[in-house]
Design a protein around this ligand. Structure first.
Ligand SMILES: [Zn+2]
Length: 270
């Protein structure tokens, strides 16, 4: 019974996508990297043990996470991105994601059509946000990855610091909390809002995938609003728990009560 219903939803989604002139995609909490398969990388496990024993090495954890993300290129989330790519690749799409892990870039989406308002692991900023400089983390990450592969110990590394104020550097993402430097995603955000404006009178298919209530102001509420004001919009909300549709969208919205990663992965079995 449930399976038949899902198939119907899949068909409906494919129909709406086929028909759409633009596709707006929101990706949220259900796609967040959970580092579940870290045990597959013994050198990362021993590095984390080193941090456990010596808490002054806590600062290396985000770099270890980045090492993991760089090396772990398969799994159900990447598969789901691949399925999504297959569904929308020929469309005029834009993707807003609250994920900071950058896993979406493991699939061939056009990066100019992705905005990551919560930041990522792609740049470093001053952890005190004393200036608006972004620097590449690649060289230092390479150093960390190599150190753990060689087993030389994390305490041999020197923490990167801001060249202006001397405070530690941090990845340019919301984990910086009040010091998060938002300039990092602004250029893409402007492209996105511009794109969105141009969809107002188009048949836009809105896909809200696994977006919870942690940061509803980024995707959930604005997507509802976009669906509400655009008469030709269709709206799909896919979520394992928070799948309920607002009253205003009951007519044009489709609510799919399934984890969005699992839902997308069904498209591989066609
Ligand atoms: Zn600084």
């Amino acid at each position: 019974m449930e399976k038949a219903e899902m198939t119907q939803n899949q068909k409906l989604l494919e129909e709406r996508l086929e028909d759409a002139q633009a596709v707006l995609v929101g990706i949220g909490e259900e796609f967040n990297e959970e580092f579940e398969e870290i045990a597959r990388f013994p050198e990362l496990m021993s590095a984390l043990e080193e941090v456990d024993i010596n808490p002054t090495l806590e600062w290396t954890v985000p770099f270890l996470e980045k090492c993991y993300i760089k090396r772990h290129n398969e799994g159900r989330v990447v598969d789901a991105y691949r399925a999504l790519y297959g569904l929308i690749k020929d469309k005029d799409y834009f993707i807003v994601t609250t994920c900071i892990d950058g896993n979406i870039e493991k699939v061939d989406f056009n990066r100019k059509r992705i905005v990551e308002p919560c930041g990522s692991y792609k740049a470093l900023q001053c952890s005190m946000n004393c200036n608006n400089e972004l620097t590449s983390p690649e060289d230092f990450t390479q150093l960390v990855c190599q150190a753990i592969l060689d087993g030389v110990g994390l305490d041999s590394l020197e923490r990167p610091v801001c060249r202006l104020c001397g405070e530690p550097m941090a990845f340019n993402n919301i984990l910086c909390e009040s010091h998060y430097m938002e300039e990092g995603y602004q250029p893409q955000w402007e492209k996105y809002t511009d794109w969105l404006q141009h969809t107002l009178h188009k048949k836009v298919c809105i896909l809200e995938l696994g977006v919870g209530m942690n940061l509803p102001g980024i995707i959930r509420w604005p997507f509802e609003k976009a669906a509400y004001y655009n008469e030709k919009a269709s709206f799909f909300r896919v979520n394992g728990q928070l799948y309920h549709m607002t009253k205003e969208l009951e007519q044009k919205g489709v609510s799919i009560a399934e984890n969005a990663v699992d839902f997308l992965n069904r498209f591989h079995n066609e």
